[in-house]
Design a protein around this ligand. Sequence first.
Ligand code: GLU
Length: 264
Amino acid sequence: MIPKVIAEARKIVIKVGSNTLAMGDGTMNRAFMAEFAEQCANLVKSGKQVVLVSSGAQVAGVSTLDRWARKKDIHYRQALCAIGQVELMQNWREAFAARDLHIGQLLLTREDFNDDQRTLNMRNTIFTLVDEGVIPIINENDSVSYEEIRIGDNDNLSALTAILWSADLLILFSDIDGVYDKNPKEHADARHIGEVSDLNDLRSGITIGATNSFGTGGIATKLEAAEKVTSYGIPMLLANGSQGRCLEGLANGTNRGTVFLARD
Ligand code: GLU
């Protein structure tokens, strides 16, 4: 099913979570970024279009300025994101430049999606970048956002982006290879769910735990993202970004994930 979903999609939004981008010690996984950029370049060569939603500003900030790691104050968090966003994009720029691809950055908040004129401008910018063969890389504008205008997590941001761009597919790369009926890190008998056609059924059959170490999401925000895109007719894949050559592995059926089927 997953190879078919990918083969049929031309416009793909791919979200990479902080846990995938950071190594165990919190530093950026540049080898992953290089390999990922290569796989995106191969998708582009095969005629597909790619928009990336990248987390990791905060974790990149902490790894750059490690003396702020324990500061919980919101101003320090936002300042860390300001520092880390540059670091993050520099790493992405190098990774994509090695594949002869340019990147462009969009930093967005919930308010931008609620405003018609801004939404139109974002849409036009994304379309223009992609038409010109540039890879847009999107993150929340963490250093200007506050509770009322935040999206808060990049799972929902990537779903809004997929809808905005009228994507054919949303892929979320996380540190887990899909949805389980209970947390597989705590229960050895947890059952992997390969395909979801009814989110309400799924919700009633699984235990939804808390968030993971670096990211803000967890399974709850992934289901919110699935709810959003599938109701617009866009399928979603949830897969593990740290499995080697994660995009190709999904496309050729060697890596598993959960596919959320689009609702008609
Ligand atoms: N925007 C946050 C960052 O780049 C990440 C949000 C998320 O992990 O969902 O650090």
